[in-house]
Ligand binder design. Structure first.
Ligand SMILES: Nc1ncnc2c1ncn2[C@@H]1O[C@H](COP(=O)(O)OP(=O)(O)OP(=O)(O)O)[C@@H](O)[C@H]1O
Ligand SMILES: CC(C)(CO)[C@@H](O)C(=O)NCCC(=O)O
Length: 434
């Protein structure tokens, strides 16, 4: 989604201006040129030699930027040592990279460090670094798959960190240390959630990457992966590509914004001659069967618009993830569900659909929440594992707010048909979404 790319880390660095002591510009786009050049520019100096490990001071961590920024910079105001390591999360679809850099424009008195994360497309990933005996923390399946390649081509050893450990550590760090990290998104409205630190645990963490991991988190390092589903971000992008011939994920997502799913999905009204099935609480506009309409139409396959296909697919997958997540929350008596992973992409319709499903099925009891650094949980966890930092050391009261409240949210605009009347959840036996 090139048009939405407001989070180029290099750009952010320049935009931070005088005030910012640095922070973590987080890039979620998989733009080959910008990402690989950022990675190449920083890689040789960011890696650390295994002998010396400077201290990472996460105290006072805060988002730097405005509420409009997606994947904003994280400021570490109390970081004094130079941190020269980086961490990777090499997933099934994307590589995520976290690194520090000193803020170039700062005076010597105000030399704070930046904490950057960069998303890089797996197939387009390159590195020009050729150093020896360098160790990088890496998580995700690619830490195993590409370990030999890193060693052979770059002389870099990947120190593997468990993916689930990293996801949980990253989420806990963000939820504990970063203000304005978590938010709800319903009916196009975004609202930041202030989480009482004493009541953070337990919660359900749902990471929607290529596949979906569902983790019950009870504390720092205390968790259980209670479920998962193979119908995730890879499914949307994969099926979408097959059906629409889109060339990129962003193109597919953009298409969905112009779609009308009622040409593809079989609605209750299609089955009941335009009527509601009110006896079991289903309105005529509820989706009875995703993609179901295409079996009965007298249409050529080429008559189906890619826009409509993309929207139906997005709704089907997002709704399904929301519903499965809710069922797991129910299973463990959890009321809060945090969704991460790059599938979310700060996309309003995706978040609204997930929220709708959680809200609908839980009758308003459970809450879906999203994270601004959604796609970087694993990479953050790997980064922090250098020092195995105890999050209890964080001085939360030192958090600094560096942006005004109330600014509009870039991804907040809803495109596409309304999801349905949330009041429907009050009816008995509601079985679907509108
Ligand atoms: N630019 C992009 N290119 C490809 N996929 C993208 C892009 N932006 C968002 N996505 C979505 O993000 C998903 C990958 O998310 P994420 O990076 O969190 O998972 P992963 O680590 O690659 O996968 P897994 O954890 O399952 O190994 C893709 O399947 C796709 O749905
Ligand atoms: C296999 C992983 C953990 C790799 O990140 C992820 O893609 C996933 O959780 N997939 C879902 C697998 C399942 O539980 O059905």
């Amino acid at each position: 989604m090139a048009a939405n790319n407001s989070s180029n880390p290099i750009q952010n660095q320049e935009e931070l201006g005088e005030e910012g002591g640095g922070g973590a510009g987080v890039k979620h786009e998989a733009e080959e040129e910008a990402s690989s050049s950022a990675a190449q520019a920083s890689a040789p100096t960011m890696m650390h030699r295994s002998s010396s490990r400077p201290q990472l001071d996460l105290s006072g961590a805060a988002i730097h930027g405005t509420l409009e920024d997606r994947n904003p910079t994280i400021l570490l105001p109390n970081q004094s040592d130079d941190i020269s390591h980086l961490a990777l999360d090499i997933g099934g679809s994307l590589i995520k990279l976290i690194y520090f850099s000193r803020h170039a424009e700062h005076s010597t008195e105000d030399k704070r460090k930046q904490f950057y994360a960069v998303g890089v497309d797996s197939p387009s990933w390159r590195s020009g670094a050729q150093p020896d005996d360098i160790v990088i923390k890496a998580t995700g399946g690619g830490a195993y798959k590409y370990a030999d390649l890193f060693k052979e081509r770059l002389g870099v050893s990947l120190e593997k960190e468990d993916e689930m450990d990293c996801l949980v550590a990253g989420a806990n760090f963000l939820l504990k240390a970063i203000r304005h990290e978590a938010f709800t998104h319903m009916d196009g409205q975004k609202e930041y959630v202030q989480i009482d630190q004493n009541e953070l645990f337990p919660f359900l963490l749902v990471n929607v990457g290529s596949g979906v991991s569902i983790i019950k988190v009870d504390g720092h390092g205390k968790f259980q992966r209670v479920s998962g589903t193979n119908v995730g971000g890879g499914t949307y992008w994969g099926l979408g590509r097959l059906m629409t011939k889109c060339k990129s994920f962003d193109e597919l997502l953009e298409l969905s914004q112009r779609g009308d799913n009622s040409t593809i999905d079989m609605l209750v009204g299609d089955i009941y001659g335009g009527l509601d099935y009110s006896k079991i609480g289903l309105s005529a506009s509820t989706i009875a069967s995703s993609f179901g309409k295409t079996i009965s139409d007298n249409k050529e396959l080429s008559d189906y618009r890619p826009e409509d296909i993309s929207l139906s697919l997005l709704r089907m997958i997002s709704y399904n993830i929301g519903q499965i997540s809710y069922l797991n929350a129910l299973r463990y008596g959890l009321k809060r569900i945090f969704f991460g992973g790059f599938f979310i992409r700060g996309h309003a319709y995706t978040m609204d659909t997930i929220s709708f499903a959680v809200n609908f099925w839980s009758k308003g009891e459970a809450k879906a929440m999203f994270l601004r650094h959604e796609g970087f949980l694993g990479a953050l966890g790997a980064f922090m594992s250098y020092e195995k930092h105890g999050l209890d050391d964080l001085r939360i009261h030192h958090l600094v707010e560096r942006f005004p409240m109330g600014a509009p949210y870039v991804g907040g605009k809803i495109h596409g048909p309304p999801l349905g009347d949330l009041n429907e959840k009050e009816r008995p036996f509601s079985l679907g979404h509108g």
